[in-house]
Design a protein around this ligand. Structure first.
Ligand SMILES: Nc1ncnc2c1ncn2[C@@H]1O[C@H](COP(=O)(O)OP(=O)(O)OP(=O)(O)O)[C@@H](O)[C@H]1O
Ligand SMILES: [Mg+2]
Length: 267
C-alpha cells in the first residue's frame, strides 16, 4: 500500500518559490491500477516522482507498506527504487545498448550479487513476457514505438518491483499499439500482482485500465473515487471539463460502467 500524507512540494526558494503540490492525501492499495488525471502543469508527474523520491517532498510523508520512506538515503533509497519500476512517454532506453543489455542494466548496477548468467536468464524471461524474445540483439532505434515501450516495461520489471509508475506511457503510441500496451500492463497487474500508478491525459486509457482515479488540479486532489464514480458522476468542474473535452459522453451521461463504446479498439 502507498500512503501519501499531507504532501507538499515547492520548487525554487525564498523570493521565487513555486508551490506545485498542496496537502496531497492519497491511498493506493495493493493491486490497484490507480489513474491520475488532470490538465498539463497540474502536478501529476511531480506527484508520481515523489513516490520513488525522484523528487523530495518539501513536507509530508510517503509511506509504503507501513514504512515511512520519505527520508530514505543510501542503500535504503536504492532498495526502494528497485521495488518501484517506472516507464515514461519517451521510453528512455539506452540507445547504445542492445534490447537485452537494456533489460539487464538495472541488475548490473543494483549492487546485488547476481551472476551474469542469472542476469541474462532473468532478462530473457522478461523479454519473453513482453513478446520480444526474437529482438534481443536489436538496438532501440531498430524497433517501433510500441516495441520500445515493451523493452522499457521489461526493464522496469526485471528487479521484480511491487509497484510500477507509468507517466504517459502510451501517449506517443497509436490507438492500436496503445491498446496492446494497456493489455500488457493489465496482465502484469493481474498476473504478477504489480500495483500500477498511471498518469494519463487520455480518459479512454484511464477508463480502460484503472479501477480508481484521482483528479489533480493546480496541485490539489479535487476528486477521487472508483473509475465508474468519477466518470459516471463527476463532481468537480475540472473533471466535468476533462470529460467534455474527451468525448466519454456516453459513460458520463448514463453512468453505465459496462458501456465501452468510446474505448480504444482491442488489439
Ligand atoms: N524541477 C522543476 N523545477 C521547477 N519547477 C518545476 C520542476 N518540475 C516541475 N515544475 C513545475 O511544476 C508544475 C507541475 O509540473 P508537472 O510536470 O508535475 O505537471 P504535469 O501535470 O505532469 O504536466 P504535463 O501533463 O504537462 O506533463 C509546473 O508548473 C512545472 O513548471
Ligand atoms: Mg507530466
Amino acid at each position: 500500500m502507498i500512503q501519501i500524507e499531507r504532501l507538499n512540494k515547492s520548487f525554487g526558494s525564498a523570493d521565487n518559490i513555486h508551490h506545485v503540490l498542496h496537502d496531497i492525501d492519497l491511498t493506493i492499495n495493493d493491486g490497484d491500477v490507480f489513474g491520475i488525471i488532470g490538465s498539463s502543469g497540474a502536478g501529476k508527474s511531480t506527484l508520481v516522482r515523489c513516490i520513488n523520491l525522484l523528487e523530495r517532498p518539501t513536507s509530508g510523508k510517503i509511506i509504503i507498506d507501513g514504512k515511512d520512506v520519505t527520508n530514505y538515503k543510501g542503500k535504503d533509497l536504492l532498495d526502494l527504487r528497485e521495488s518501484i519500476g517506472m516507464i515514461f512517454q519517451n521510453f528512455s532506453l539506452f540507445q547504445q545498448r542492445s534490447v537485452l543489455k537494456n533489460v539487464t542494466f538495472p541488475l548490473e548496477v543494483n549492487g546485488k550479487k547476481m551472476s551474469k548468467s542469472e542476469r541474462l536468464e532473468r532478462a530473457h524471461e522478461l523479454l519473453k513476457l513482453v513478446e520480444l524474445d526474437d529482438k534481443i540483439k536489436q538496438y532501440p532505434s531498430q524497433l517501433s514505438g510500441g516495441q520500445q515501450q515493451r523493452v522499457a516495461i521489461a526493464r522496469a520489471l526485471v528487479s521484480k518491483p511491487k509497484i510500477m509508475l507509468c507517466d504517459e506511457a502510451t501517449s506517443a503510441l497509436d490507438t492500436k499499439t496503445t491498446a496492446s500496451i494497456l493489455d500488457l500492463l493489465g496482465s502484469i497487474n493481474r498476473e504478477l500482482g504489480v500495483t500500477m500508478v498511471m498518469i494519463t491525459h487520455s480518459l479512454a486509457v484511464a477508463q480502460r485500465v484503472c479501477n480508481r482515479i484521482a483528479v489533480i488540479d493546480d496541485g490539489r486532489i479535487v476528486e477521487e473515487g472508483t473509475t465508474a464514480q468519477v466518470f459516471g458522476n463527476p463532481q468537480s468542474p475540472i473533471t466535468k471539463e476533462l470529460l467534455r473535452n474527451d468525448n466519454l459522453t456516453t459513460m458520463s451521461q448514463t453512468g453505465d460502467e459496462s458501456d465501452n463504446s468510446s474505448l480504444p479498439e482491442q488489439a
